[in-house]
Design a protein. Structure first.
Length: 138
């Protein structure tokens, strides 16, 4: 695992446990036994780290959702069921990242919030469109 991934993983767990505001960069570097210099080599700020956590989370969900939607061997209903299963599976296996994603977005700067909201809206729109297609074809 790369150092950047270690920092990110430790941060997700700390943000989940203590919250973004109550987690310091010192807490993060102590959790993995590195210096603040190491942190700043990979991230300019704690907010940039939080944004990367958000982007990674939603990008991964969108990529997996798109794979389902592009599947030629699934019906509309099966695609919707697969997306629901995707979300349930994600909550089960990526719970800390999901909780940080939904709970800590308020700590992003406005420009980053806009970026994340557009990605969230796309995920929702894909579900809504899939539902319409399924209902239309039923």
């Amino acid at each position: 695992m790369s150092m950047k991934a270690k920092i990110t993983q430790a941060s997700v767990l700390l943000f989940e446990e203590k919250g973004f505001s109550d987690t310091s960069i010192q807490d993060i570097v102590e959790a993995i036994g590195v210096t603040k210099g190491t942190f700043y080599y990979y991230f300019n700020s704690k907010e940039q780290l939080l944004m990367e956590i958000h982007l990674e989370y939603i990008s991964d969900l969108l990529k997996r959702q798109q794979t389902i939607l592009e599947s030629d061997h699934l019906s509309g209903r099966e695609k919707l069921e697969a997306i629901i299963a995707l979300l349930i599976h994600d909550i089960q296996y990526n719970g800390p990242s999901g909780r940080v994603f939904f709970r800590e977005m308020r700590h992003l700067v406005e420009e980053n919030v806009d970026t994340i909201e557009k990605q969230r809206d796309l995920f929702r729109l894909n579900i809504y469109t899939g539902l319409l297609v399924w209902r239309f074809n039923s």
